[in-house]
Ligand binder design. Structure first.
Ligand SMILES: [Zn+2]
Length: 212
């Protein structure tokens, strides 16, 4: 399947994941669509590119469901710019893992693709430090209280993280329950600091009106 994909890339011209314009030297998104991505926003320990609607929502969907992994490259570069502007010390980038079965169904983990691109842009390692240890029900179907109990103790730390300043990466930040559980697990394992970079932050008012 991967071979077929790269073969097709050689034969077919590569197009922008959002507007289908032909790409020349750009990766994933054309220059116009890249310009429409939001500027990085810093909110406490979170860096994101904006609310989950419009252009950003389409970019997240392209990364998650459109099987266009290259979209992760411009998004990761934009987040890297935010991290540099915020002068965060970063020792490694840690993707929030999907549950194994879900990853097998989808074929890849969008957080891992994003982490790869962000780590490359910042020239720091990507560290697969976490593993889900039990299945979680789909978050979107649960209320806020259920959400936090649903993910409790769902992560295990696999890597040596003592004294490291880490950035957790995911596509979307909704209730924050998953990221908080990951951060707590890493801190318990000795991490010095854990901060978060996501493409988009879903506000409660947005998430009520959207089914994701
Ligand atoms: Zn475009």
């Amino acid at each position: 399947m991967i071979q077929l994909e790269s073969l097709l890339n050689l034969i077919l011209p590569v197009r922008c994941a959002l507007c289908s314009a032909y790409l020349e030297t750009e990766i994933g998104l054309c220059t116009n669509c890249q310009a429409k991505l939001g500027a990085p926003k810093l909110e406490g320990n979170i860096i994101h590119l904006g609310a989950y609607h419009g252009h950003l929502e389409r970019a997240v969907r392209a990364l998650k469901f459109g099987k266009n992994r290259n979209v992760a490259v411009p998004l990761g570069r934009r987040l890297a710019q935010g991290i540099r502007d915020a002068i965060w010390q970063v020792d490694a980038i840690v993707p929030i893992p999907l549950f194994v079965l879900r990853q097998q169904t989808r074929g890849y983990n969008q957080a891992r693709e994003l982490a790869k691109s962000l780590a490359t842009a910042l020239d720091v390692p990507k560290l697969e430090a976490l593993r889900r240890v039990k299945s979680t029900k789909r978050q979107a179907r649960l209320g806020k209280t259920e959400r936090s109990s649903n993910v409790r103790e769902a992560f295990e730390v696999l890597a040596h993280v003592r004294n490291l300043e880490l950035v957790l990466v995911d596509d979307v930040y909704t209730s924050g329950a998953t990221a908080t559980e990951c951060a707590l697990a890493l801190i318990e394992a000795g991490a010095k600091r854990v901060r978060i970079a996501v493409i988009s932050r879903v506000l409660e008012s947005d998430s009520k009106s959207k089914s994701r």
